[in-house]
Design a protein around this ligand. Structure first.
Ligand code: BGC
Length: 744
């Protein structure tokens, strides 16, 4: 009851009156439904199964073939085991039509043949677009779009993703990833919005609002899933799904705010972290799942486990002696739905546990209520079928334009000696390197297949970087010699020979696509073969422009002084080749800023919000490029930093600054406000981002940019892990300007 009141209050504050009415109507329908449900039907709702378990092709699908449903298996899952949720792709992307058929078959069984006619909730990893629908718009990956510092672009990318997902008949997206990329080895670095808590918090809100829209029952709104709650991104050894040690203060100061913002924005679901924190697998952590997320943050949607992670409490973590005890532990900790996903053991064991009195039925009812809430909110009870009329908006020209803008505003110019860039359109180019001529290098994982590595599935009409260069500079001006593979030498000497006829060399280096554990690495240095290619080419004396397509910042300190310019493409998505070339040509003036610190060495990496103790001679922050770094083809001048006369820690602080474009060309710039809390009862970061705003200025134009700092922005957790704002001196810094004020 307490929860229902909280829920209504929350929806009222966030969404207003009409939604409150809907929520209240839904709650009474849910009550009535739950009162009719058997235990089997309840535990079935809490069970999620993968498509490969009920397709004819199973695990052996050839990626380019259409998928076929095994109707008997499907009926068994839904009618016998009462399964309420399904996920994934059956090994590869499906066409829009194929998805329509799959979803229609599934919903037919659920809503026409089952006793209570409860629709299935289908979920998918639409990480940077509707990943698993052929031809979908694939945006820059999270850590790329974060460089744009453009809230509107993040929101729009989520809106379009939602539309294309729903056009496929799928209403639930396992995204956004809200971990912080503070550990560059971690193979999911690129799925995040970067290392900073504030940046991630701001984008969490935009993404959830973009995905879920104003009205969740709208046919283009999808359910977001905040993941992976919490601490997954900070593995001690940098490898996927390995232990993290996270003190409560760090958890609350840095890791929790993005999730809190996502919950506040109305996110319907949360996925738990596969790994463990402080020796406790998160799937069994009552404190984090129930006390903090559900009770403290007031999260009223449901928590889904990650892939197989309930049974892994027994099979991997050894914290429960049997699979059954694992189910009990997870459900009692607060997991509402298990992504089992290859058998129905969870449902069978949970039913036994309820019958034996080991799991109270009230806990099951709570989980089912949360799940049904999401199904009602999404309008699935009114219409669970794909809205075929949305096909006309799928992968539209407008979406491609927004996608290109997103890539263009994200790609970051890190180095530009003697303004070698932009290049004249007649420049003769030798293009070399392994990442130049495949779409997979621009997109990374979660692209049509899990690992993103099936080139045949990418839309043929989109340009690789090489193809885009040919369009931009003319075929006759671009010669491509691969030189090396990702980690093998092919024909470096051919590249060296070809360099003689060129004005510049563009070396397109980086990483092959990967996702999750297959992306583990043990050395952050860029592969030897690629470094060697640059070494040899540097001897020709021709200027080298280094273009990097990579999912994490690979160390390039050995070659960085040998190149004239560095363009970081990150994983810029389907339009990334074209956008990179427009930057090289100066058709787009770069405005991306690093959302992480680019390391210079393979260890000892420090994030920009380091502590005073790290400022000493030996310990100081020494990245290759700092967080926030990014060059432009124009210059900006900052003036008139004004900080209002706030007196106490409870006052709002108004800040303004004037920025002027003092260069020759139009330019966009993210104005970034950093705050330093000079003295604290626990050591405070030397500075923290607390505001950013992107402006567009013509040459000679100036604008005043304003920020408001709230008491919340100055708060942190003290020695007792209590949230406080401590009086004292605060420094406000924008670019080269700063002001100090004292607050009582
Ligand atoms: C990943 C999740 C993903 C799930 C379903 C897991 O392996 O960790 O991020 O949502 O698979 O595909």
């Amino acid at each position: 009851m307490k929860f229902k009141i909280l829920l209504i209050l929350f929806v009222f504050i966030v969404k207003g009156n009409a939604q409150v009415k809907n929520v209240m109507e839904n709650e009474s329908k849910i009550d009535s439904l739950i009162s009719q449900m058997t235990i089997e039907e309840k535990v079935g709702q809490m069970t999620q199964i993968a498509l490969q378990s009920f397709s004819i092709e199973g695990k052996n699908r050839v990626q380019t073939e259409p998928l076929h449903i095994d109707i008997n298996k499907l009926r068994e899952l839904i009618l016998k085991y009462k399964v309420g949720s399904l996920l994934n792709t059956g090994q590869a992307a499906n066409s829009l039509e194929s998805w329509h058929e799959i979803i229609t078959t599934i919903q037919d069984v659920a809503t026409k043949e089952s006793r209570l006619k409860i629709p299935i909730l289908y979920g998918i990893d639409a990480i940077h677009g509707a990943t698993y629908t052929l031809g979908s718009t694939l945006f820059p990956q999270g850590f790329t779009i974060a460089a744009s510092r453009n809230r509107e672009l993040v929101r729009k990318s989520a809106e379009i993703t939602s539309l294309e997902m729903r056009a496929s008949g799928i209403p639930w997206n396992f995204n956004p990833v809200l971990g912080l990329a503070r550990e560059p080895y971690w193979p999911r670095f690129w799925e995040t919005f970067g290392e900073d808590s504030y940046l991630t918090t701001e984008f969490a809100k935009e993404y959830v609002e973009g995905m879920q829209g104003d009205d969740l029952s709208n046919p283009t709104s999808g359910a977001a899933c905040l993941k992976h709650y919490i601490g997954y991104s900070l593995p001690n050894n940098g490898l996927d799904r390995t232990p993290a040690w996270i003190p409560e203060r760090v958890l609350r100061d840095l890791l929790l705010p993005p999730f809190a913002a996502g919950v506040k924005a109305g996110a319907l679901t949360v996925m738990a972290n596969s790994a463990e924190i402080n020796g406790i697998p998160v799937h069994s952590d009552y404190n984090l799942l129930t006390k903090v997320l559900k009770e403290e943050l007031g999260f009223s949607g449901f928590i889904v486990s990650d892939w197989m992670d309930v049974e892994r409490l027994h099979t991997r973590d050894g914290i429960s002696e049997s699979p059954k005890e694992a189910v009990k532990l997870a459900v009692m900790a607060g997991i509402d739905m298990s992504m089992v996903p290859l058998n129905v053991d969870f449902a069978i064991l949970l039913k036994e546990l309820v019958e034996e009195g080991e799991v109270p039925e009230s806990r099951i009812d709570d989980a089912v209520r949360r799940i049904l809430r999401v199904k009602f909110a999404l309008g699935l009870f009114n219409n669970p079928y794909p809205d075929k009329s949305l096909a006309s908006k799928f992968a539209s020209k407008e979406s491609a334009e927004i996608n290109k803008q997103a890539a263009g505003e994200s790609i970051t110019l890190l180095k530009n000696n003697n303004s070698i860039l932009p290049l004249n359109g007649n420049t003769k180019i030798l293009l070399t390197g392994p990442t130049a001529n495949k779409m997979m290098y621009l997109n990374g994982g979660w692209s049509y297949v899990w690992q993103g590595n099936n080139e045949a599935l990418y839309p043929k009409e989109k340009n690789t970087f090489y193809e885009a260069l040919q369009v931009g500079f003319g075929k006759g001006n671009v010669k491509y010699v691969e030189g090396v593979g990702i980690d093998s030498v092919i024909n470096i000497q051919d590249a060296v020979d070809a360099a003689k006829d060129s004005d510049v060399i563009i070396a397109s280096l980086g990483e092959a696509p990967y996702c999750e554990t297959p992306g583990n690495i043990f050395d952050l240095t860029l592969e030897e073969a690629q470094l060697k290619l640059v070494d040899e080419l540097a001897k020709t004396g021709k200027p080298i422009i280094l273009v990097l397509f990579e999912g994490r910042p690979r160390v390039i300190s050995k070659i960085v002084d040998k190149v004239a310019a560095v363009v970081l493409g990150y994983l810029p998505g389907l339009e990334g080749g074209d956008a990179t070339v427009d930057i090289l040509l100066g058709k787009i003036n770069p405005s991306g800023k690093l959302p992480f610190s680019y390391p210079k060495t393979v260890s000892g990496n420090t994030t920009y919000d380091y502590k005073p103790i790290e400022e000493s001679e030996d310990n100081h922050y020494k990245p290759q490029w700092p967080f926030g770094h990014g060059l432009s083809y124009t210059s900006f001048e900052y003036n008139d930093l004004v900080v209002s006369n706030a007196q106490t820690i409870n006052d709002e602080i108004h800040i303004s600054v004037t920025i002027k474009n003092v260069g020759e060309v139009d330019g966009k710039e993210s104005v970034e406000l950093y705050v330093t809390d000079k003295f604290g009862s626990v050591s405070r970061p030397t500075r923290q981002l607390k505001g950013f705003d992107k402006v567009n200025l013509k040459p000679g134009e100036e604008k005043k940019v304003k920020f408001i700092i709230t008491p919340e922005n100055l708060s942190f957790y003290n020695r007792e892990n209590k949230k406080v704002i401590e009086p004292g001196e605060f420094i406000f810094q924008i670019n080269n300007l700063s002001k100090t004020i004292s607050l009582k």
